[in-house]
Design a protein around this ligand. Structure first.
Ligand code: ZN
Ligand code: ZN
Length: 332
């Protein structure tokens, strides 16, 4: 297989694009494509202040790398979830969260980029796994409370830090797995909101963008490896056995027989939305400021984040340091 641009040995063959490229041209092609998607979906402009949510994984670190290469003003946000993942502390290596923080900090330091760190336990008083047990929400799978906390902290950090755009590293495989799940359930409320860009239509919320939403997972892995980015290979230990991973496997089988099937599923969905499918259901619930923290919420009184932490404090009681809720300490 030869590179289409220079004839050298190809490093990657992307069957869905009928395109094979050598390392050098693949490293050029990725930012070019990203820039195309940024413009096509009107994600952001050179003057925007972007906050990239980084997890230490290949997608978010590559996203940060690409935005930096394209010359955008992009800082990073790492959220420490306190997830260990080892069966006992005597097991080798360091825990999942510690390792992902180490790799995120290393990446930022090597490039002279600004990384904000918010540790959930130090800021609010419990780790995500503890929070899941205490709240009785997802005792086995803390993913629901984890998602709630990450969304809240990302919004808050973007707002407090003066960022108007929040970028996440969701790739095509992530988007298509969610799309399939939502389609099988005809979850129209979620389908309406699934898009490369979610506008900030309320004060206090940042515009959310997914610049990698058209790249396959294997393209992202290839980019990180060829570019020499050191990232955490493991999935979050709590994601093992999740529905999302199950749908990803099914979709990979589909892709195997029909190269391009995943991309087509996603692009046809975006096109159908553009043509007005789901448009009638696009009603955003009335938002108001949370009585406790001031963040926009559709829940009456306090937002679900504040209610969750109230419950945790009631259980953990005096053992919990009471954080000053309305401000997140952003440390560089
Ligand atoms: Zn080439
Ligand atoms: Zn609140």
């Amino acid at each position: 297989m030869k590179c289409r641009k220079c004839g050298a040995t190809a490093a990657i063959n992307m069957r869905q694009h009928k395109l094979a490229l050598c390392e050098e041209h693949f490293l050029e092609w990725m930012p070019e494509q990203t820039q195309r998607f940024v413009e096509k979906y009107r994600m952001f402009a050179p003057e925007d202040k972007i906050l990239v949510a980084v997890s230490g994984g290949k997608d978010s670190l590559s996203l940060w790398d690409i935005l930096h290469r394209l010359g955008y003003h992009a800082d990073g946000l790492y959220i420490g979830l306190g997830i260990d993942g080892r069966r006992s502390s005597s097991e080798e290596g360091i825990g999942y969260s510690d390792e992902s923080r180490r790799l995120s900090e290393k990446f930022a330091a090597e490039r002279g980029l600004t990384l904000h760190v918010v540790e959930v336990e130090a800021t609010y008083g419990a780790t995500i796994p503890e929070l899941a047990v205490i709240s009785h929400r997802g005792r086995d799978k803390p993913c629901a409370v984890c998602g709630l906390n990450k969304r809240y902290i990302m919004n808050r950090a973007a707002h407090d830090g003066g960022y108007n755009v929040l970028a996440t590293g969701h790739n095509l495989d992530d988007e298509v797995a969610v799309l399939m799940q939502n389609t099988l359930n005809w979850a129209s409320g979620y389908l309406v909101r699934q898009a490369p860009v979610l506008e900030a239509n309320r004060p206090g919320l940042a515009r959310k963008v997914k610049p990698l939403c058209r790249f396959y997972e294997r393209e992202m892995a290839a980019y990180a490896i060829v570019r020499g980015i050191e990232y955490i290979y493991d999935e979050c230990p709590h994601a093992v056995g999740s529905t999302t991973l199950y749908y990803k496997e099914i979709l990979n089988q589909l892709e195997e027989k029909r190269p391009g099937a995943k991309l087509q599923f996603y692009l046809s969905f975006l096109q159908a939305k553009e043509q007005g499918l789901f448009a009638l259901q696009a009603d955003d619930a009335e938002l108001h400021a949370c009585e406790k923290c001031g963040q926009p919420t559709s829940a009456p009184g306090e937002c679900s984040f504040c209610r969750l932490w109230d419950k945790v404090r009631a259980v953990k009681g005096a053992r919990l340091p009471l954080p000053a809720l309305p401000t997140i300490e952003i440390s560089d």
